[in-house]
Design a protein around this ligand. Sequence first.
Ligand code: HEM
Length: 493
Amino acid sequence: LEQMIFVNPNEPPVVHYWIPFIGSLIELGIHPLEFMRKNREKYGDYYTFLMFGRRMSVCLGVEGNSLVFNAKQSYANAEDAYVHLTKPVFGEGVIYDVPNSILMEQKKMAKSGLSTENLKLYIPIIIDEVNLYLDENWTKDSDVVDIFKAVSEMIIMTASHCLIGPEIRAQLHTGVADLYHTLDASFTPIHFLFEWLPLPSYYSCEAAHKELFKIFSKIIETRKKDVDNKHEDMLDQFINYKFKNGDKLSDQKVANMSIAILMAGQHTSSATSAWTLLNLANNHKLLEETYKDMQDAMGKDLPYPQFDDLKKIPILECLVKETLRLRNPIIQILRKVTQPIAIPGTNYVIQKGSYLLSSPTVTQTDSKYFPDPEKYDPHRWDDFVSVETTNTDNDTPSKDNKASVVDEGDVDYGFGNINSKSAKSPYLPFGAGRHRCIGEQFAFVQIRTILYTMLKRFDFELDPKRGMPQPDYTSMVILPTAPASIKYIRRKN
Ligand code: HEM
C-alpha cells in the first residue's frame, strides 16, 4: 500500500517485504549487515526499504558513504533524523536540538577541551582510574568477568574525570553512574522507531536528566566562583566559552553539553575496548606479541607511558584500528531528506521525507579494499599507523565531485582526522564531513592507555565455556552479546 501511495518512478529499487507497514524491520533487526550486503548484491549500491512506515534509502560503497556524509544541509540533515532520540538524553538546546551552525560552534567548543596539551594531561588520570578499578574489582589471581561491563565502568570513570573534572568523578559512587545508565537506557532502536509513543523510559530519562543537572549546576557554580583555579578540561571550556556577541552558555547548556559528550563516547569506546581485548584473548600469539612490543618499547618492567610513548607502540594503534574496521560500533548513519536528492551518476531520485542510510562497515568489510575481510588482523595497518595525530581536517570531498547535492570543495569543519583522506575513503569509523566525530584522538589515547594498563597487569583468555561472543545488533552501538565473558589471569612480575 505504501508503495502505491508514494509512487516515485525514479526511486531506487524497493526491497520486497511481506508485512505492510512493518516492512523489512524484522530482517534488518536480526542481522543488519547481512541484510545490507544481500540487497546490495541484488540491487546495487542504492536501494530503498520500508520500515515502520519510514522509507530508508540505503547508500552504500564509497560513493554512497560520501553522498550521505557530505549531503548538503539544505537537502538532508542529521538533526531531523536523530533529535527525538537524543533530546531526552542530552537535554534541550544542544547537538541536534539546535540549527546546524550552532552545532558546529558547540563542536568547536568541545574540541578545544581535546587539545594535544589536554590529552597529555589525561593519560596519568586514565592510568590511575584503571588501576583503581582493577584493584577494587579484580582481586583474585584469575576469574571470569564480563569484559564489556568492566571496560564500560573504566570508560565512564576515565572520561568523566578527564573531560568533566574531578568533582563529577568524585560523585560517580554516589549515584551519578546510575543516572548515566538511566539516560543510556533510552538510547535504543526502539526509541528511534516509536518516536510518537510515550515510552516509560522517556520519563525516567527526563527525571535522571533533571537530577544530573542539579549535581552539575552546583559544580558549575563553584567553578564560576573559583576563578583563580583553572581546570584543563572540557567543562572549563564550556563554562568560559564566549560567543561573538559576548554571551556565555547558560548553566543548563553547559550541563547538557557535558552529558552529550560523555554519552557520545561511552558505548563507542567501551565496545571498541571490549572487542579489542576479546580479540586478543582469542589469539594468544597476538596477545604475546603485543606484550612483547610493549616491553621492547618501554622496558621489561613496563613503566606507565606518557603521550609520546604511546606512539612507540604502534601495535596498540593497529589493534584499535582493526577493531574499528571489523567491529565498527556505529553501523548505520542516518540523515533525513528535506528536498529530493538526485543521486549523482544514476537516474535515481530520493524523495523528501525519506531517510538516507549509509554504513561504512560495508566498505570496511569489503574484500575489494580489505583482503580476507572477516579476519581480525591488526598487521594490515602496519604501514598506516599515524606518525603524528594532527588536528587538520582532510575530510573534504574531492574536488572532482561536482554533484550539487553534496558539499563541494574546500569545506573545512576542523574536526580533526587520522589518516583518512576524504569521505571517499572505504574506512570511516568516525564518519566524515560536518558531523565527523570530534572524539577520535581522545578515544585513541583513552583506549590505548586502558589496554596498556590492563595488559601490563593481566593476561587474558576466552571463557572456554562461551568462546568468542557474537555481535549484538539490537542496540544502537554494536556490542558483544552479553555476557562478554573473558578470563583474566594476574601476571606475576
Ligand atoms: C560523531 C564514532 C568516540 C563525540 C561521531 C560519528 C561517528 C562517531 C561515526 C558521526 C555520526 C554521524 O555522522 O551521524 C565514534 C567512535 C568512537 C567515538 C567509533 C570511539 C571509538 C567519541 C568520543 C567523543 C565523541 C570519545 C567525545 C569525547 C562525538 C561528537 C560527534 C561524534 C560530538 C558529532 C555529532 C554530529 O556532529 O552530528 N562519532 N565516536 N565521539 N562523536 Fe564520536
